[in-house]
Design a protein. Sequence first.
Lengths: 732, 155
Amino acid sequence: MNFLKRELFKSETDPALANLSRRTFLQAVGAGGGLLIGSGFIAGNAAATAEKSAAQKTAPAFNAFLSISPDSKVTIVVKHLDMGQGVSTGLTSVVAEELDASWEQMHWEFAPADAARYNNLYWGPSQGTGGSSSIANSWMQLREAGAAARAMLVAAAAAQWKVPAEEIRVSKGIISHGNHSSSFGALVARASVLPVPQKPKLKDPKDFQLIGKTIPRKDSADKTSGKAIYTQDIQLPGMLTALVAYPPQIFGKVKKVDAAKAKAAPGVVAVVEFPRGVAVVAENFWAAKKARELLKVEWDLSACETRSSAELFNACHAAANKTGHVVKAEGDAAAVLAQTKNAQVISAEYELPYVTHAAIEPLNCVVKVEQNNCELWFACQMPTVDQQQVAAATGVKPEQVKINTLYAGGSFGRRACPSDYVVDAANIAKQVPGRAVKMVWTREDEILNGRYRPMAVHHIRAVVSGDKAVAWQHHAVAQAILRGTPFEAMIQGPVDGTVAEGIDDMHYAIPNLLVQATEIPIKVSTLWWRSVGHSGNAFVVESFIDQLAKAANKDPVIFRRELLTKEARALGVLNLVAEKSGWGKPLPKGVTRGVAVHKSFGTWVAQVAEVRVNTDKTFKVERVFCAVDCGVAVNPDVIRAQMEGGIGMGLSAALGEAITLNKGVVEQTNYHSYPLLRIDAMPKVEVHIVPSAEMPSGVGEPGVPPIAGAVANALFAATGKPVTKLPLGNTV
Amino acid sequence: MISLTINGKPHQLDIDPDTPLLWALRDELHMTGTKLGCGMALCGACTVHLNGSPVRSCSVPISAAAGAKIDTIDGINSAAFQAVQNAWRDLDVVQCGYCQSGQIMSATALLQTNKNPSDADIDTAMAGNLCRCATYQRIRSAIHQAADNLGGKAK
C-alpha cells in the first residue's frame, strides 16, 4: 500500500512524526493522570462479555495496552488483526521485553474497535492492519507501555521495601532486591494507583531478552487443536446462516426474484434482497445452500464488463504505447533512446494477470442488528472503516457498531477492503433484526466476488552502453486499486500510486530514467494482494535487469551491485544471499540460478532461486535462498516463517494463478481452475536475516515480490529466452 | 436416524441424509475444529478420519458415514496424533492456522500407515491439503520430527 509506505518512510526519518506517535500514545494511556485499580479496565471494549469484565476488574489496566491480574497474568491488548503473520506474538513480546515479564505469564486479546486508543499510528485516526506496518507503528508505543508498567511495579516495590528504585531488579516476572522478592501480581494493587510515567526509560537493545530471540508463538496451541475460533466457528444463541445468490458478474444487480420454492424449503427462515444479491437465511449451512439452488433470479448485468482477457490485454498495450503520467524522471531517457539505433535498444513487453487472494477460510461475517445497536463477530482488519460502513448500512451511529475481532483464516489483503462483504452481511442481518446471522461465502462466491490484484502491462525500452545501463524508459499500465472506493482519497496525483509502486522509487542507479504510469478502467473489482503493486512490478524490473546484464555481458549479481553502490541495505541483502547460495559456484547439470532484490514496506529482501529444467521441458523450483533486512529482528523465527510463506505465495502466483475473463465473466470458480501451490511444488527455503539496529519494518509482505523474478531469471539463464508473462506454467 | 461414533462417543443424528459430514459435525454437533475450505474435496481443510482413513468431510454425505467410526481434530487422541501435534507446536508450523486441522489429520493418517515417510511420501500424502500461508516446509519438517519421536527413523 503506497500510502502506508510513504507514512512509514516519513516516520523513519521525520522526528516530528515520531513525536506525534509518542504524544498519541501518552494521550491514549492517560498521561499524568494514572489509572485506578478497578476502574481502570478498558473502557469501550466491545468484546467484553460480562465474564470478561469481571475478570478485568480483578486485573487492573496499567494503560490502554496491558493489564496485570493479582495472579500475575499479564494481558496485552493487540490492536492489529492476526491473520497468520504472527503479530499477536510479536506485539506481546515487545511489551514483555520492556516489562521484563516471563514469556509464560504473557497473554493477549484483540482490541475492540476504538480508534481513539488503538489507531494505527501510521494511518492517523484510523484503526487497522495493513502495509506490513503492525510491528513498525507499534514498536515505540508498546515498548513505552511495557516500560511504564515496569516502572510502576518497581516504584511500588521501592515504597513497600523502602529501598531505592534504581537498585531493584526485574527479571522473568520476578521483582527483587536483596532478600526481597515479589511477583508482579503481589504488587499490582499498589502499582496500579501510581502515576503513569510519561517518559519511561527504555532498555538498551543490548539488554533485550526476548526481542531478537526465537520464542514460541502464542497461537500455536489453539491452532493445532481445533480450538482457535475463526468467524466460521462462532456459535451464538439462535444464530442463523445466510448464503447469498450473487449475480454472475461483479456490478450485476437483482432484477427479479422468484423465491417461492426457496422460502418453502426445509429450515429456511427468510429470503431477503439487498443491493448486491438475494440471501437465503436458514437454520444451518446445508439448508441455506440447498435452498439457494431453488432461487430463480433475473439479473441486470448492464453495468458489467463485456470484454475477454485478450481484449483487455490489447487495451493495456494500446495504452502503454501512448504517453503516460510521469512518476519518476532522471536525466533524459527519451533523448538517449532517440540517439540509439533501434537494433541496440533492449525492449520487452510484460503481461501480468489478475490474481485473487483465495485464503482457505472463505469470507464470512456474523452480524446482529438491534435498535440502536449492531454487533459483529469477524476477522476485522479495518475496524474504523468497517464501523463507518456498517453504520451507514444499518442506520446506527458508528460508535453503536461493536466489533468482536476473531482470528482470520488468511487475508493477504482481502479483509482490508471497503467493507464489501461486511456490508452485505449487515444488509442481510438488518432484515432479520434481533437474530445473529452468519453470512458464509462458499469458495465459488469468494472467487466470483474477489477483488483481484489488477492485471497489468509494462513496456520497457533501455540502452546498455559498454557494460553499463545508461537509459531506462518504463510505462506501467494497470487498473487502479483505490479508484471508486472509500479509499480513493488516498490517491495522490492523477494516477493511483499502486500502478508503478516499487518502480517509482527505482533502486537501481540508471542515469537516464523515465517511469510513466497509466490507469486503465476495467469493470472488475480490485484490491491490494499481499505486497500490492510490488508483487508484479518487482517481477518486471528484476526480469528486465537480467536482460540488461546479459546485454552488458555481466554476471547478474555483479551487474546489480554496480547499480546499487548507494543503497547499502540493498547491497547487504544481495551480498548475503549471493554468499549463502554459493552464487557463481557450479550447480548440478540442468540446474540454474536466478537472483532478484527488492524493497517493499521499508524491508529489503534478496532471493536466489535454483531451478531444475528437465529434458521434457518441465521445471521445478528446488531451492530458494532468502536474505532479509527488516531492521531490528523482533522475532527471527516469525520473520523466517513470513519469508517462507511469502516465497510460497509469490511462487504460487508466478507458477499457476490467473483470473481470466470470457466476455466479462470470470472463468475460475474453485481450486481446480484456480490452482494454488501444493506441498510437492514447495522448494526448500533458507532464510538469512541481516543483523540490524535500524527501526523494525514489516515482514508480512516483503517476502513476496522478489520470487517471481528470481525464478524467471533462473529460467532465462537456462533457456536464454526472457520471461515476460505470468503465470509461468510448469514448462519452459 | 443415522448412528455413528465420533471421537469415541456414539451419536445419533436425525438430519437430511445428504448433509455432508462436515456440516453434521459443525452445525449439528458444534465441533468446529474441522473447517470449510472449498466444498469440493480440493483443499483438505475438512479432513477427518473415517474408520482410520483420511476423507474430505465436505464431500461425504452423512448417510455414507452411518455406522462408521469418525475421528476429528476436536477429539482424536492417538499416539501418532500426539506426536504430530507436538511437532507442529515445537516447530511453530502454523500461521493463520485455518487449514492446519486438516493438515494435522492428514499427517496423522500418514504416520499411522507409514512410520518412516520420505519427503516424497510426505508430498504425496499431503498434496491434497492446501495452505495459502505456504507453511509446507515446516509441515514436512514436523512430520519427520513426529516420525522420529514415534520411533521410526525418518530419512
